[in-house]
Design a protein. Structure first.
Length: 368
């Protein structure tokens, strides 16, 4: 009787042994969402790409740099499709798999939807990594999908120079509950679901400076599924939503402003930060992506003219691997939005600013 073919193509046999010490980050020229192509470069690339077919059922495409594509199936269902993958941000293979899977599924929640299934994207330097290490990466991804109550129904593998892992995520959303990054309105409050500073932490980890408690905080944050997105999608007072990832808080907020033709104000003093994150930044634990991000969209940002450091600016552009949801909502539903976050275990969700009329730009203030 012929053997049943594996749903995920098998990797070549590894020549490495599990007894060899492996630091996954040593294979990465960039880690996590810091691997993303800079916004300005990406805009130049996509600007030269023909949009192709755009059927009426395609509710969300590439036009506003939204988190996922959305295709309407019928009056009550729309398909949400996205993909996300990157190189290691941590050395532990199981943690890497967990982070990458959480990050990929986040885009479905950011559209107001819920995931149905996933496909694995796997690229590994099989001659350098023990098979046990590769298996642990996949097990990490599987554990997150189990928490989301979805299967990894297949995927594809290649032999690559750097370790790469991620998912294709497929979900559903009711068309009436679909949340784009293009619906923000003047007067809306801005709410951020997770603390900032993952990029600073990852840079500290690469330098061997990150403490065990801070590492634990980073893993807890980056492996927390953005499940509030589904309930937030049902609130009419939530006008726009995205997740904060590789372009940093300012980058993704600039995208909301451009897509919605509005301006925004962010209060630096109100931002939720990971513990000791500015101390790590002061030690030089800043990713190169932070500078590239600022070079890409800094012209759309107004910073305080006095008493605002380059370090604080770098935090605002810090790439957030598997970051929090950024919500623009009417003032009257702020309490309900924060309650939804709290019910789902997001203790640090907070109001960080507001949307205003004006040309698309973000103004940063410090209230105290």
């Amino acid at each position: 009787m012929p053997r049943k073919k594996s749903r995920i193509a098998e990797l070549p046999v590894s020549q490495a042994t599990s007894s060899e010490p492996v630091r996954l980050t040593q294979f990465s020229h960039g880690g996590g969402c810091g691997c993303k192509i800079a916004p300005a470069v990406l805009e130049q690339i996509l600007g030269k790409v023909s949009p192709g077919l755009a059927p009426s059922q395609l509710l969300v495409g590439i036009e506003t740099s939204d988190d996922a594509a959305v295709y309407q199936l019928n009056a009550d269902q729309a398909l949400v499709a996205t993909t996300d993958f990157f190189m290691p941000i941590v050395d532990d293979p199981f943690d890497f798999g967990c982070i990458a899977a959480t990050n990929a599924l986040s885009d479905v929640y950011a559209m107001g939807g819920w995931p149905l299934l996933a496909l694995a994207i796997v690229g590994m330097p099989v001659s350098k990594l023990p098979l046990e290490t590769i298996k642990r990466i996949l097990e990490g991804g599987e554990s997150i999908c189990a928490k989301a109550r979805i299967p990894i129904a297949g995927g594809h593998t290649i032999d690559s120079v750097e370790p790469i892992y991620g998912l294709v995520a497929i979900g559903l959303v009711h068309p009436d509950n679909l949340k784009r990054n293009s619906g923000a309105r003047a007067g809306d409050k801005l709410i951020l679901g997770k603390r900032l500073g993952v990029g600073f932490y990852s840079a500290a980890l690469k330098k061997g400076l990150l403490s065990s408690p801070c590492y634990a905080s980073m893993i807890a944050s980056t492996t927390q599924l953005n499940t509030p997105g589904r309930a937030l999608g049902c609130l009419a007072g939530v006008h726009a939503m995205t997740d904060v990832t590789g372009f940093g808080l300012l980058g993704h907020l600039v995208e909301i402003c451009k897509a919605s033709s509005v301006a925004a104000v962010v209060d630096f003093a109100a931002l939720p930060l990971l513990s000791n994150v500015l101390d790590y930044g002061a030690k030089g634990c800043i990713t190169g992506a932070s500078g590239r991000n600022w070079a890409s969209y800094g012209e759309h940002v107004a910073l305080p003219k006095k008493n605002f450091s380059d370090l604080e600016r770098a935090l605002l552009t810090d790439p957030q691997t598997s970051g929090g949801l950024l919500v623009a909502c009417a003032p009257e539903v702020v309490t309900e939005v924060l309650a939804i976050f709290l019910q789902e275990g997001f203790d640090h969700a907070t109001v960080i600013g507001e949307v205003s009329e004006g040309k698309p730009q973000v103004s940063v203030i410090r209230s105290h």
